[in-house]
Ligand binder design. Sequence first.
Ligand code: C2E
Ligand code: MG
Ligand code: MG
Length: 844
Amino acid sequence: MRTSAALANASLITFSAILTVVFAMAVSLLLYFAQGLNRTEMEQAQSLIEKSINGAEKSLHLTIKDYAFWGDAYKHLHRTVDFDWAYVRENFGPAQFDDFGFQGMFVLGPSDRTVYSVIEGKFKDISAAEWIGRPIGELVSDARAESKYEEVVTLITTLKGTPTLIAAAAITPGTDPTVEPDGRPSSVMMIVKILDPAKLDAIGENLGIKGLRIATDNDTTVPRVILHGDHNNVIQLQWSAVKPGRQLVIFVLPLIVLAGLTIFLMTWIILRRNTKDARALDENHELLRNSQAALAISESRFRDVAEASSDWIWETDIEGRVTYLSDRFETVTGLSKTQWLGIPIDNLVDLQHGTLLDWLRSNNRLCNTTTECSYTDVHLCKRIAKIAARNIDKQGFRGTATDVTEEIESRQRIEYLSKHDVLTGLPNRSQLREFLDSKFSTVLALNSPLAMLTIDLDRFKPVNDLLGHAAGDRVLNKIAARLKQCVRNEDIVARVGGDEFVMVISGKVEHSEVETICRRLIGLIEQAIVIDGQNIFVSASVGIAMAPRDASQAIELLRYSDIALYEAKTSGRGIWRFYDREMNDRIIERRRLESDLRYAINHSELRLQFQPRFRISDGKMMGAEALVRWEHPIRGLLTPEEFIPIAEETGLITALGDWVLHTACSQAIRWPEDLFVSVNVSSKEFQGGQLVERVKTALITSGLVAARLELEVTESVMLEDTDNALLLMRTLKSLGVRISMDDFGTGYSSLSYLRSFPFDGLKIDRSFVNRLSEDPVDLAIIKAVIGLGRALSLTVTAEGIETLEHLQLLDSVSCDEGQGYFLCRPMCASKFDDLLLSAKHVSR
Ligand code: C2E
Ligand code: MG
Ligand code: MG
């Protein structure tokens, strides 16, 4: 009777244990999934915020380089502080506060005294250290030191608890050969950008993250991003995290708990009916389990202590023959203890200089010193051990051997890593610098010629964007291997940036030989790279500078080959260019244009023209495209192609785009209500943020209905940051504005972009329309595009209609709308108003 009751009890316990495990697993799985969901959401937000802050620091880095390494700045801020040039003409003053939001801008003279300060766009007599509230001597000297490598210092820190970006750079003549350095220590330019609560909030809004702010509490369970600033400064940012996992738990957990409680209650009632014997049996089992566990713990503690130390102990007689080895000897070396007893210890270990016995016997050996030796273990692998020894009363020696193989290998690895690029194994910038220093350090080396090739991959970014970073890394590895094939042992090829490499070929090299090398290396790079069964094609541009012909200093050579690379890149793909002086002049010229453009935007030198767009079927005017011009006081009327790229590179595009948006909207408000105005938006404006806010402001200040504004964007917008572009376009659409894809057919238009992005129309590039009368294929393409547009409910516009024939052919394939010189040329606002007044809508 007793036995069967115990058996029944035991099976009930097993049953309830299984149930417990099942419920515990269900709850753990639920919590695990919920946590996973929360974590993914949080990690995405963290990565976006970090990327955004790093982006801001990078942009600061580029901007200060532009301003500080500049001949004009050297003349007007270093030689003398030209208030008129800097503040009145806004070359380094209020405009930079408006354009870039720099709250603090300073110049420190050769004696480190602050000689020029602009605080929040206003001139103020205050020293940089006083305004920043801490000593800046170290920052200033770092900036001067970095200028030797054409570099600047940027750092992230906190000012009164607010995260702040600071950049400092020595002011140098840059590439301007007309400006001679005056021999005094350089002045230092410093700019400060404070990420105040409003800026942080705007950064968050742009990323779709609510309430980005500085962390105010120490509650580590709230997600945060930790930024490491200078002087061990830690900046923590918080945001209002969305927790999708919580919803799941709130809904499902009560159901599981309810089911669990019901079943447990039933089991408990049954258990109570069982006899005390079952409990006694349980207690016995418990006692047994406890004593077994205690035994196991004690055994494992003993094993851990015995094996934790990697040292083995040895003893020799006075002749150096082994007399004792501890058990650890066998574990560490794998060799047999007994086989080594009686054998001279010098047969076992090798010292780099002399023998161990010599070292043991040497009179001046201090008892605390150690020596390093090597030995061969049972697997015939060479290992390194550190030996410590004591004399045993003239009878011999005794000591320990510590295996330090891993430590030495990791030291060597760190040394290797500091000089090599981790991804490709090529030398990195620091090894390249050492190599060049050795080449240029002696007069002998100075006379030996060398050629420097700066190589930059073309179209590498799309590989990363479309196939992912892992594929991008594999491509870089293959390219690195191919580049290595082009250099000899005495030459070097280094990776100095994401997709930028520098090759240095020493010895006397002729132009034609360098060209052969370029042809070979571009040929090798252009060969297909197979990644996961897919053929990937990249190309490369090369800039070349030669020493001593072009330069006699490493830093100059690097800069000149970079300038030549810039020319090669702007000339197309797969091209190489040798440096010549005119390139430098062109860059200086471009700098000048940049400075003029900054002035032009704030001093009414921009003009807007309007070119009407017509419905092809009946010639009705539908709206007009706003096209910007620049009336340069010396160069005359400049087309957008001449200055938009400069505006994009320098960040002036935001100010320029604002002017265009406001002028276009306030002009259109005077037109009949059925006409829209379309404004071109650069892809850089998509990246800069605030586009939605800017469009909203233009609509509100002009009073134009959103539906009457169309934004024209090109395909590059989607290529550069697809997810962000999609988000921005959807927000713009929610305002009510129309969006059309400009210059369709010139880029990489993928059908999936057209389908997934919220376009209202597409504009066929004028290169297709131009060839209409010559090439029937173009008509077929246009027909196909119109079909595609219709299927996706897009309005198709043909650009560049120059003849009656073009218009008739487009009509024959039912193209919706058209624009071109034949219909109407772009004209100034007043002429456009006259055109509307005379109601002379151009028709066929
Ligand atoms: P787009 O948006 O494709 O503008 C059409 C261009 O074609 C204009 O050149 C226009 O004058 C020209 N065009 C119009 N009809 C004909 C024709 O029948 N034949 C020929 N050969 N050309 C014609 P424009 O004004 O020089 O503008 C060039 C490009 O500059 C624009 O191309 C646009 O991408 C950019 N752009 C113009 N204004 C702005 C602006 O305010 N902001 C930005 N970000 N870009 C602008
Ligand atoms: Mg356009
Ligand atoms: Mg176009």
